[in-house]
Design a binder for this molecule. Structure first.
Ligand SMILES: NC(=O)c1ccc[n+]([C@@H]2O[C@H](COP(=O)([O-])OP(=O)(O)OC[C@H]3O[C@@H](n4cnc5c(N)ncnc54)[C@H](O)[C@@H]3O)[C@@H](O)[C@H]2O)c1
Length: 240
């Protein structure tokens, strides 16, 4: 992708799933990739994104950067009436507060230096309702609002966009399915399958590149058509 080689890229939650595929893709593009994650490992800075002091210390260590992908996230399937205060706090502090802390720390450096690109991993759960993920969905909708506000505040030095994946077949997601469950979900997605983490990585690479120089404040959905219609426009609905 145009303009990516040599860029310094920071990815949160970059040790598994979408984040790991994205780290590989940016390395393949010739970028220097720094991963922030809770688990330690080679090339990884250990950091709980929900802890502002840890985020500030990590960015102090990182210094200048060109691209931030705020991707770390967590979810727990729970009926809304059973969500505990601890669970609510944990989901909000990781998905929403954590994303803001890293964006703020990155922007402070980008605004003083050579500008940059910030990309959030939101979700289709930000755009339509899903049962049993009320806390998660609220945080992802918060990321959409944050994307638009920060895009205005930090233009033209920093481009800020959000990606909304639908179902992505990450190892963790796969582990939750029996083959029958996977088949049943695939059957309800217009393209008939989950996205691969690599397809999301390709979108992040494009949005971070100079080819996407006119994208800011945008919310880009990649969901195989999942949210193109409503539940009544699916198979068996009127017009089927
Ligand atoms: N898999 C999907 O179908 C799907 C769909 C839409 C959105 N998403 C979003 O994509 C992102 C990546 O998810 P994934 O599917 O690759 O799952 P994943 O569980 O493999 O990745 C999540 C990453 O975030 C890290 N993380 C969690 N809490 C953290 C914290 N407090 N501090 C630092 N890192 C933390 C985890 O260690 C992990 O590396 C998440 O934001 C998720 O909400 C996933």
């Amino acid at each position: 992708m145009k303009g990516l080689a040599g860029k310094r890229v920071v990815i949160t939650g970059g040790t598994s799933g979408i984040g790991a595929a994205t780290a590989r893709r940016f390395r393949d593009e010739g970028c220097e990739v720094v991963v922030l994650a809770r688990r330690s490992g080679p090339g990884v800075i250990t950091c709980d994104v929900g802890d502002r002091a840890q985020v500030d210390a990590a960015f102090e260590h990182i210094g200048d950067l060109d691209v931030l992908i705020a991707n770390a996230g967590t979810s727990v399937r729970t009926p809304a009436v059973d969500i505990t205060a601890d669970q609510w706090e944990q989901v909000v502090r990781t998905n929403l507060s954590g994303a803001f802390w890293v964006a703020q720390a990155a922007a402070r450096r980008m605004l003083l230096g050579r500008g940059g690109v910030i990309l959030f991993t939101a979700s289709t759960n930000a755009l339509v309702g899903y049962r049993y993920y009320a806390d998660y969905n609220a945080t992802k909708a918060g990321l959409v609002a944050l994307t638009k506000s920060l895009a205005l505040e930090w233009a033209p030095r920093i481009r800020v966009n959000a990606v909304c994946p639908g179902y992505v077949l990450t190892p963790m997601q796969q582990a939750e399915y029996t083959p029958e469950m996977l088949e049943a979900v695939n059957a309800r997605i217009p393209l008939g399958r989950h996205a691969t983490p690599e397809e999301l990585a390709g979108l992040f690479a494009y949005l971070a590149s100079d080819e996407a120089a006119y994208f800011t404040g945008s919310v880009i959905v990649m969901d195989g058509g999942e949210t193109a219609g409503s539940i009544v426009s699916g198979p068996g609905g009127p017009g089927a």
